[in-house]
Ligand binder design. Structure first.
Ligand code: CAA
Ligand code: NAP
Length: 246
């Protein structure tokens, strides 16, 4: 197999860690970003102890300026980015009639504008080299909406429009652009939902349980393989059967 330079944003989180490990296992040279250096280095040391050598670059994906610096640093350290997984994300859940402009803006900046900030830095190089793989981590709630998540659902639905446009523009250049839409996965993000609310949500999942980060990493790995070169503009739902529409 070909070893590719890979950037997974938000790689230190629950789903991101599983994606980093899976891509490292596949033989790629994997990097992620951190915002807090001490926490980033601690995560890196724990990965190293498990046999995973993951590079780190500093950068807040909500900042176009920091993404510029982050990608330059990464390309100096490892070389041009060939695989990008736009995974970093946050929630600021509240019903819309109570939502502040800040709660709206933070989610749009981190979950959607980030996709511009990072992808814009790597797309020209992928086009020049005539190969690339890009995956957005969206959400079941970008497909079906969710009570208390107007900001998050808007950002995650926006990722689909981005994916299917970029897929059309870049197919001729050997670049595929796809989206994975996870359902509820047992990470810190879901554990932050009040327990009573979470239990009601789990009761709506046909498999009867939360998903695991590894199950999402498997779906991401599928799109990123060399063999998946004819699959572009697709959305893969991985949600335990909770939502079976588009
Ligand atoms: N459907 C219908 N009614 C609902 C509801 C739902 N899904 N959820 C809450 N309500 C009702 C409550 O029963 C309550 O009704 P009463 O006033 O009659 O008692 C009312 O809405 C509460 O409304 P409030 O405006 O007062 O809301 P709140 O401040 O109590 O907060 C909430 C509500 C923030 C939405 C809270 O219910 C919540 O956190 N829900 C979970 C949201 C969620 O799924 N987040 C996912 C996070 S993980 C993630 O995002 C990953 C991913 O992609 C899957
Ligand atoms: P998580 O454990 O909270 O991890 C989030 C990661 O994103 C962390 O590494 C975090 O880094 C990083 N991040 C957040 N804001 C950032 C910013 N501005 N700049 C750079 N990095 C930032 O969440 P997760 O559950 O793994 O979620 C990963 C992705 O999957 C998110 O996009 C989420 O919306 C999506 N998703 C999750 C679920 C689920 O059920 N868990 C379901 C569907 C979709 P810091 O340590 O610096 O905060």
């Amino acid at each position: 197999m070909t070893s590719r330079v890979t950037l997974v944003t938000g790689g230190t989180g629950g789903i991101g860690t599983a994606i980093c490990k899976r891509l490292h296992d596949a033989g790629h040279r994997v990097a992620t970003n951190y915002r807090d250096e001490a926490r980033g280095r601690d995560w890196q040391a724990r990965m190293k102890a498990d046999g995973y050598d993951i590079a780190l670059v500093q950068g807040d994906v909500a900042s176009a300026e920091q993404c510029d610096t982050m990608i330059r640093q990464l390309e100096t350290d490892l070389g041009p980015v060939e695989i990008l997984v736009n995974n970093a994300g946050i929630t600021r859940d509240t019903t819309f009639h109570k939502m502040t402009a800040q709660q709206w803006q933070e989610v749009i900046d981190t979950n959607l504008n980030s996709v511009f900030n990072v992808t814009r830095q790597v797309i020209e190089g992928m086009r020049e080299r005539k190969w690339g793989r890009i995956v957005q981590i969206s959400s079941i709630n970008g497909q079906k909406g969710q009570y208390g998540q107007a900001n998050y659902a808007a950002a995650k639905a926006g990722m689909h429009g981005f994916t299917i446009s970029l897929a059309q523009e870049n197919a001729r250049f050997g670049i595929t652009v796809n989206t994975v839409s996870p359902g509820y996965i047992g990470t810190d993000m879901v554990m932050a939902v009040p327990e009573q609310v979470r239990e009601k949500i789990i009761a709506q999942i046909p498999t009867g349980r939360l998903g695991t980060p590894e199950e999402i990493a498997y779906a991401v790995g599928f799109f990123l393989s060399e063999e998946a070169g004819w699959i572009t503009g697709a959305n893969l739902s991985a949600n335990g059967g909770q939502y079976m529409g588009w």
